[in-house]
Design a protein. Structure first.
Ligand code: BGC
Length: 835
């Protein structure tokens, strides 16, 4: 197919076929035209691993650290390698187009998808995205950068109108996309539009964004596709420049409707051809990978090469925030013969990803407890290890699967329970009670009206009161030993929660059970079209049911404190989960969930030297920070999350991660605080270009941990800065000296500050960066070249043009935005416009 003659195909295609090509064939595939040998190509989420083409019963996949973690490596070469690995995963899953990277901006750390995207800074975002895209596309897999543009919150995400000045749009929100398209070695071959409106027009039908800026200004030649169900019209979207409606079958671009549009001369066939050409080009580009149509989706396996790359990325993303008493690394001499306590709700859970479409069924995962205990067993056999959970942080009662002795059996029917129905048309064995049926396909399912029964046994592993919970997109009732126990069918209340923000509240009930009691659980499910509140016949729905034995939170904390007191060292694993940070809804607070802060404070009171390890995809508040001597931030770390944490705390890896987003002291300190959410369908980007550190610095507002911050087990000096300019570029050379005892890596962060701008500009802005590895006692030369225009320009709203003013510009090189280690300046001789 790589010799496809696209113009000839356009001549040969019928009008019906052309229209069909402009929408997906199903959830994950493009439309095929077998008579002309045009295959269907497969797409898959996404930004931190390839799920394959199924949410429901998805094949086990390799999971990378989350987006903010990838950015926290500040390592372009490593992420190129990461992109290569993502492409290799695509081959395993028979996927041609990866739906990522996600390049939206962390305006507010509350954004549900903050973990999935990279940063509050557009240059860091654009550079990370470009490395990943190059790594992916150099192996002939296509990257689809998303969501173009201003999809920076989840509330009202389909309809909210982002009101943003052109300057902020250009300098902050469009910038990562522009960098990936204009400056990267390999521009992405697909772009996914955002759900929301930008200045009054939905991104998926904005001619300004899709044609004027993307294609005419930036010279983009690839395909544009809608987000899933994010195409809201037929002719408007096509005219604006949106090539593909996803998923299929078409909701708007139906053959009958578009033929009518053509017949009444709303637009001409050439307008359709323009998008058909882009779809065919995508298919042609995809064919270079040689992936056969409808290839099988294979499981990603745990193999040493993949694990090694995941560990490299994961450990480089980990940020050492405090090491005041130099407890870390935990070397042999410190812990020989000692007792270590691992405490915390995230110790025995692998927090490998945030929630929503970026989440996947991880092929394996290593918890911090597993990694630390196996390391101790191997290298420090005389160390005694003990564990206490300390508190629970589940947002929903957790997956019931751990209490079953067999599988969960799902039986699918066309008729409701209680009716005279013939046997199930499908029977499936499931290993989770988190059941996302949304992309389930079966030949018997001609409409989306269907029913299912899920059955499993339940064995109480201790005596106590057990809570059961049930939430659903559709209807559901949970029966215990045939008696209705939880009803989520009648009197349903829609909540903005689980499953992309569309489910009912979790309904709960509890029961006392003696250890070993065995129950039969049955859940009767009806698709959303059968629900009086959802009434959505286009969707297949989802459900989640869970259970847990109730405990007394104070007793849990007391037990943990007692263990801490009795131990020489305490490793406290706290943080968030994918249920708190997810696509579909924003967080409502930056605080750690439930009893976390109380647990941390109580432990720190008896052990100030506790090693606190936080795992969250975006900033959290830390009211106890002053009493913690040792603090590590470890994000959501992919399959290898436990091992990467262990490698850092035992010193097998010297930490070099730098925060990709500022941790504010309080939520109300954040620049978007007064303007986050949807107010009558609008969100005002009132902070303008002063996003993240651009705001905190301008207002001299103290933060918890600044952008770009991160410690090492060694120390570095920057020396001998030389600044030279030529016609186009600012050329910097610098020596980075490792002045400590450990080999390590440091990030040279280049910030530029204009001395006398004619408008208010941020104090300084990141323009480029480079990570270097330097042996203890050695020095390494770093060379960085930046386009002068890129380093100096800003967007002039009144003239609607870029401008670079004649002025003096300070060059500030730091290893954090708040720690500048070398400084100089350069001058520009002329003011330039239209750049
Ligand atoms: C998300 C996209 C994703 C798509 C397909 C949407 O809900 O916004 O990022 O690629 O679903 O899963």
């Amino acid at each position: 197919m790589s010799n496809m003659d696209i113009e000839k195909l356009i001549e040969q295609l019928t009008i019906e076929e052309k229209i069909q090509l402009l929408a997906g064939n199903d959830w994950w595939h493009t439309f095929p035209v077998p008579r002309l040998n045009i295959p269907s190509i497969r797409m898959s989420d996404g930004p931190n691993g390839l799920r394959g083409s199924r949410f429901f019963q998805s094949t086990p996949s390799t999971c990378f650290p989350c987006g903010t973690a990838l950015a926290a490596t500040w390592n372009k070469d490593l992420l190129y390698k990461g992109g290569n690995l993502m492409a290799e995963e695509a081959y395993i899953k028979g996927v041609n187009v990866i739906l990522g990277p996600t390049c939206n901006i962390i305006r507010s750390p509350l954004g549900g998808r903050s973990f999935e995207t990279y940063s509050e800074d557009p240059v860091l975002s654009g550079a990370i995205a470009s490395s990943l895209i190059s790594g992916i596309q150099d192996k002939d897999i296509i990257a689809c950068i998303k969501h173009f543009v201003c999809n920076d919150q989840e509330e009202d995400r389909l309809g909210v109108n982002a009101i943003v000045t052109e300057r902020a749009l250009r300098e902050i929100y469009l910038k990562p996309f522009e960098m990936a398209i204009r400056q990267s070695r390999s521009p992405p071959k697909a772009v996914m539009t955002a759900y929301n409106k930008v200045n009054g027009v939905h991104a998926s039908q904005s001619e300004e964004l899709l044609t004027n800026i993307l294609r005419k200004e930036w010279g983009y030649e690839g395909l544009t596709m809608s987000d899933w169900y994010g195409c809201y019209s037929a002719e408007k979207s096509i005219q604006a420049g949106l090539d593909l409606e996803m998923p299929g079958k078409a909701r708007f671009r139906t053959v009958d409707y578009l033929k009518f549009v053509l017949r009444v001369n709303e637009f001409k066939i050439e307008t359709i051809d323009r998008s058909v050409r882009n779809v065919l080009n995508l298919v042609k580009e995809a064919s270079k990978a040689g992936i056969a149509e409808d290839s099988p989706e294979n499981e990603s396996t745990r193999n040493p090469k993949t694990s090694k790359t995941l560990q490299e990325i994961g450990q480089e993303s980990i940020v050492l925030l405090k090491n005041d008493s130099k407890i870390l690394p935990l070397t042999k001499d410190k812990i020989k013969g000692k007792k270590i306590a691992i405490i915390g709700p995230n110790a025995k859970v692998a927090q490998y990803s945030g929630g929503g479409s970026a989440n996947l069924n991880a092929s394996y995962s290593v918890t911090p407890y597993e990694a630390i205990s196996s390391k101790l067993k191997k290298d420090y056999p005389d160390v005694q290890l003990e564990y206490a959970e300390g508190c629970q942080i589940d947002k929903y009662l957790p997956n019931i699967f751990k209490y079953t002795t067999g599988d969960i059996i799902g039986k699918f029917y066309l008729d409701p329970p209680g009716s005279k129905r013939s046997g199930p048309f499908d029977v499936l064995h499931l290993d989770s009670s988190e059941i996302l049926i949304l992309d389930y396909l079966h030949e018997k399912l001609v409409t989306n009206i269907f029913y299912a029964t899920f059955e499993n046994d339940f064995v109480a592993d201790e005596s106590g009161t057990y809570e059961f919970g049930l939430t659903v997109f559709g209807t559901a009732q949970l029966f215990i030993d045939d008696k209705l126990f939880i009803d989520n069918k009648e009197e349903q209340k829609i909540a903005d929660k689980f499953f992309f923000g569309v489910t009912t509240d979790e309904k709960k009930n509890e029961i006392y059970l003696e250890k070993g009691t065995k129950l039969q659980i049955r859940v009767e499910f009806g698709a959303p079209g059968t629900s009086a509140v959802f009434k959505d016949p286009t969707q297949k729905g989802a459900l989640f049911y869970g259970a847990r034995m109730k405990t007394d939170p104070q007793v849990d904390i007391d037990n943990a404190v007692k263990l801490a007191e009795e131990s020489d060292y305490v490793i406290l694993c706290i943080g968030s989960t994918r249920w708190w940070e997810s696509e579909g809804y924003d967080r409502t607070t930056l605080d750690l969930p439930l009893e976390s802060n109380k647990l941390i404070e109580s432990i720190l009171k008896v052990k100030q030297d506790t090693i606190v390890i936080n795992q969250s995809g975006s900033p959290v508040t830390m009211p106890w920070v002053d009493s913690a001597n040792t603090l590590v931030h470890a994000w959501y770390g992919g399959n290898e999350c436990g091992n990467t944490i262990a490698n850092v705390i035992f010193g097998d890896h010297n930490p070099s991660g730098k925060l990709s987003v500022t941790f504010p002291k309080l939520l109300s300190d954040n620049p978007s605080y007064l303007n986050f959410g949807s107010f009558n369908g609008e969100v005002l980007y009132g902070e303008d270009v002063f996003v993240g550190y651009r705001y905190y610095e301008k207002l001299s507002r103290e933060v918890l941990f600044p952008f770009g911050y991160g410690l090492s087990y060694t120390t570095f000096k920057f020396k001998d800065l030389e600044i030279k300019t030529d016609e186009d570029n600012l050329n910097l050379t610098l020596l980075v000296e490792n002045t400590g005892d450990y080999d390590g890596q440091e990030v040279v962060q280049v910030y530029i500050e204009q001395s006398n701008p004619n408008i208010i500009r941020p104090v300084k802005e990141l323009r480029d960066f480079q990570k270097v590895e330097v042996k203890a006692g050695a020095a390494k030369k770093v060379e960085i070249s930046i386009s002068i225009i890129e380093a100096t320009r800003y967007w002039d709203n009144s003239k609607r043009k870029w401008i670079s003013e004649k002025d003096e510009y300070k060059v500030k090189l730091g290893n954090s935005s708040d720690n500048i280690l070398a400084e100089g300046s350069f001058k520009t001789e002329k003011t330039k416009w239209d750049l």
